[in-house]
Design a protein around this ligand. Structure first.
Ligand code: MCA
Ligand code: AMP
Length: 492
């Protein structure tokens, strides 16, 4: 049986989740996930790895559906609730999802997909019960989509064993206990929210409170209520919270600060934490943010210590159970403190990219997963230097492929060529910008271009600035020089 779910019966009468003003016990989660699993099985003994997509805001219903898919022997494919139809359709097609579970507020968005997959409305699932299969931990559990430097997003396949290893590592390292109470404000189609927040809480018999929409005032209200002792977020969220605190009255600031002082732990990750954010948050909350480093393909790999010095600008040490090495461009393992690519090995590392054996093979060398992130190491402590590809942008904690956006923009009849890059931004880490070469018929960007593009991409991928160019900057070989394009934007 899946250990995460087995453990829940030990905590049956404890509060597991608080969402939409309701409190749910672990036994409620077990019961509802069993009903949904029975509905999915519909008389079969086992889903045998069928992919089941779902689009549900972070909530009790989300976790019940995720557990149901696992309990029925399926593979959970959580969809991004902010994705427009073309991106959702891509995931449904790529996974050949057998079913799509949705809640009422997504009915019209997903309606066009129901000729490709069977739609199941979560609210319509009644009390059905059947025997559930015994699921081997080596079986596939989840597919999360991630952008890379080539082609369309790839589905990262993790087994139950991978997920358990990811959870156990963090529960141990950050000393989770059943007394913990965490607030989730993150989307649940990424590892950060799914594993670090929700699954670690559920594994520990702790309680998770959901806030479906990011909103600073309500987050501070929850903090002030004293109901939470743990918080995890991306640097952009801390940046937004700091600005909200600064705008509050001195009296309100004191109340918030008193509440934050009582937290057990606050974690930052998914993108580099600016030292200014770390320091400002420390002044406001008395908390030194614990920065850690991870990736969809492996969960977390490197973390500052729970007990011990959290050094600003450093991501800390390899987590227990992880092997980490740095490798230079010649493929030599580095031991002298010079920069190299982070490569990792461990039970938490994903199994494969969904139906992409070549891409899977290319992402490993001698059994080590190549992260594409550059770092330096001193006495076991790592510091990230950035990505080794300019085509990967991190904005608001979202990993974005410049190439994917270019591919969409090039479909516009207005555009002859384009180059997309990320440029540094205090709030978002980076923002997406695009250099455009227009087709001869157009002297300026028609007003219809942006509204059209916004229908194709989720808002975190929208270019925030444009430059109209006669040609993209190129080197002597004619190849677009993205670094030069970045400079052109930064010199504006
Ligand atoms: C939204 N806006 C942006 C961006 N996103 N502007 C510039 N750049 C962006 N990236 C604008 C919108 O257009 C809108 O503008 C306004 O901001 C609010 O948009 P909204 O969608 O409501 O944003 P939000 O809900 O406030 O979201 C901000 C957020 C969100 C909470 C920071 O981006 C977020 O949840 N990020 C976390 C993603 C995450 O979990 N990543 C983990 C993956 P206007 O107001 O003008 O309309 S990495 C991972 O999992 C690995 C394993 C790891 O290491 O953790
Ligand atoms: P994702 O594929 O969305 O899971 O994002 C993983 C990427 O986020 C990593 O490859 C890093 O580039 C970046 N990342 C995660 N944590 C950190 C961190 N603490 N500092 C810098 N970059 C980070």
């Amino acid at each position: 049986m899946i250990e995460l779910i087995q453990r829940a019966s030990k905590h049956a009468d404890r509060q597991a989740i608080f969402s939409n003003e309701n409190s749910y016990l672990y036994k409620d989660l077990l019961k509802r996930s069993s009903q949904i699993a029975s509905k999915l099985l519909n008389g079969k003994l086992d889903l045998n790895g069928d992919r089941i997509a779902f689009i549900i805001d972070p909530s009790f219903e989300y976790v019940a559906v995720q557990w149901a898919i696992w309990r029925a022997g399926g593979v959970a494919v959580p969809l991004c609730t902010k994705h427009p139809l073309p991106s959702l359709e891509y995931v449904i097609d790529d996974t050949q999802a057998k079913a799509l579970i949705y809640v009422d507020n997504y009915s019209s968005l997903i309606a066009p997909l129901l000729n490709k997959t069977t739609g199941i409305k979560e609210e319509s699932i009644r009390d059905v019960q059947s025997d559930l299969p015994d699921v081997d931990p080596l079986r596939n559990a989840m597919i999360l989509y991630t952008s890379g430097t080539t082609g369309k997003p790839k589905g990262v396949v993790s087994t139950h064993q991978n997920i358990e290893a990811q959870i156990k590592m963090l529960v141990t390292a950050w000393e989770w206990s059943p007394e913990d109470r965490i607030l989730n404000v993150l989307p649940l189609h990424h590892v950060h929210g799914i594993i670090n927040v929700v699954s670690c809480a559920m594994w520990s018999g702790a309680s998770c409170r959901f806030q479906p929409k990011f909103d600073e005032a309500s987050i501070f209200d929850v903090f002030k209520s004293g109901k939470i002792n743990l918080f995890m977020a991306v640097p952009t969220i801390y940046y937004k919270l700091i600005n909200f605190w600064k705008a509050a009255s001195p009296e309100e600031q004191k109340i918030i600060t008193r509440a934050l002082n009582k937290f057990r732990l606050m974690v930052s990750g998914s993108a580099a934490l600016p030292i200014s954010t770390l320091e400002e948050w420390k002044n406001i909350s008395g908390q030194v943010l614990l920065e850690r480093y991870g990736m969809t393909e492996m969960g977390m790999a490197i973390s500052n210590p729970y007990d011990g010095e959290r050094v600003p600008g450093s991501i800390g040490f390899a987590l227990q159970g992880m092997q980490v090495r740095l490798v230079n461009e010649e493929g030599k393992v580095i031991k002298d403190g010079s920069p190299g690519e982070i490569q990792v090995q461990g039970p938490n590392v994903f199994k494969e990219y969904w139906e992409k054996p070549e891409a899977t093979k290319d992402s490993f060398v001698e059994g080590w997963f190549k992260t594409g992130d550059m770092a330096v190491e001193l006495n076991g402590r790592y510091r990230i230097l950035g990505r080794n590809s300019v085509d990967i942008i991190k904005s608001g904690g979202h990993k974005i492929s410049a190439l994917e956006i270019e591919e969409v923009i090039r479909k516009s009849p207005v555009v002859k060529d384009c180059g997309v890059v990320g440029i540094p931004d205090e709030e978002w880490g980076e923002i997406v910008v695009a250099g455009l070469v227009l087709n001869q018929d157009f002297e300026a960007l028609p007003e219809t271009f942006e509204p059209w593009l916004k229908e194709q991409l989720p808002n975190f991928q929208w270019p925030r600035e444009y430059l109209l160019l006669d040609d993209l900057p190129r080197n002597v070989m004619g190849k677009v020089t993205k670094k030069e394009l970045q400079k052109q934007f930064q010199n504006l």
